[in-house]
Design a protein around this ligand. Structure first.
Ligand SMILES: O=C(O)CCC(=O)C(=O)O
Ligand SMILES: [Fe+2]
Length: 321
């Protein structure tokens, strides 16, 4: 089917007459009659995806077949450009920005004797639990025994992935490389403008196992996604590989497969961009294998500060009292 036809198929239908949500008919694609996702760990109930987004995720992905990028040393990734129909990506961007709780995490980084206060330069939120536990009927239980998780096991309160991200998780998993299954974490970054960024890093923490696989989806404004190979040790030919730049489209899903040690050998970043004012959301799905992963992700993506929500009138994140 031609792109335009598919795209317009997934657009929300224009309401024929103005009506309150409470008057919505069950088959109205702009609303979802299912109640929001609620959990004691959530600061707010999290709305269900509008039905037209659900339909599009289920039947419209991947929008294009993946391009395999494996022509550089230790790099093996799938690039769907795009993964979602354009109209769906735009709707999903607005929905997630409006409905999710966000945080601006501050933490102290220590290097030797030097402590630095870091104000994370983007909005973040996270859901999920590592593979030693699962949520059963909303309760965190031991994955092996099924007995409730002791409060001492985590320094944080893990949050189940809400329905609106769970559907995306399932779809993304279905299109990931063979054998890359079981994402149990969903991290969401919101870059409000060009000053928001993420510096060069590698998602290669030990709590992701030896072959971390990460699926990454971009929604909203276009930003550069820079990748560079870690410096090659001097005793190994004595040269550094040149940096590579992979431009990211408006919405992509990348299966970052570590079969070739991608995370161990490559760094990536979203650099600041002068004059950019368009918001962008990045969603990553990951699999953490030990409780240290759960503690780490909540520490750096929820933290201990206030919760913020998008305010449609002031068009910025506003702290919720
Ligand atoms: O925003 C992006 O595309 C990258 C995010 C990222 O690298 C991360 O959350 O680890
Ligand atoms: Fe990353």
């Amino acid at each position: 089917m031609a792109k335009r036809t598919l795209d317009s198929f997934f657009k929300p239908s224009t309401p024929k007459r103005t009506k309150l949500d409470t008057d919505a008919e069950p088959d109205d694609p702009n609303v979802n009659i299912k109640p929001p996702s609620e959990h004691p760990s959530y600061p707010i109930p999290i709305a269900q995806l509008p039905s037209h987004i659900e339909v599009s995720l289920e039947h419209g992905t991947p929008f294009k077949q993946a391009l395999e990028i494996n022509n550089q040393p230790h790099l093996d990734l799938l690039h769907f450009q795009p993964y979602l129909p354009r109209a769906t990506a735009n709707e999903l961007f607005k929905f997630l920005r409006r409905e999710l709780p966000f945080y601006r995490v501050r933490y102290t980084a220590r290097r030797g004797n030097v402590s630095t206060e870091i104000n994370t330069p983007r909005w973040t939120t996270v859901f999920g639990i590592d593979e030693t536990s699962v949520f059963t009927n909303g309760q965190a239980v031991d994955a092996q025994t099924g007995s409730p998780v002791s409060p001492a096991k985590y320094q944080c309160t893990p949050r189940p992935i809400p329905d609106c991200l769970e559907l995306l998780r399932k779809q993304v998993e279905a299109h990931a490389k063979d054998g890359e299954k079981g994402y149990n974490f969903c991290l969401v970054n919101y870059y409000a403008g060009g000053d928001d960024s993420i510096s060069f890093h590698s998602d290669d923490e030990r709590f992701l196992g030896s072959r971390p696989n990460i699926a990454s989806l971009s929604l909203g404004g276009e930003r550069d996604f820079l990748m560079k190979h870690k410096p090659v040790p001097v005793d190994n030919a004595g040269i550094s590989k040149p940096a590579a730049t992979v431009p990211v489209g408006r919405q992509i899903k990348m299966g970052l497969d570590s079969g070739d040690m991608t995370q161990s050998n490559w760094l990536h970043s979203i650099p600041k961009r002068k004059g950019n004012t368009q918001g962008r959301i990045n969603i990553t799905f990951r699999r953490a294998i030990v409780p240290a992963g759960t503690n780490n992700y909540y520490h750096y993506n929820v933290g201990g500060g206030g919760m913020y929500r998008w305010d449609e009138i002031s068009r910025e994140m506003v702290e919720q009292k």
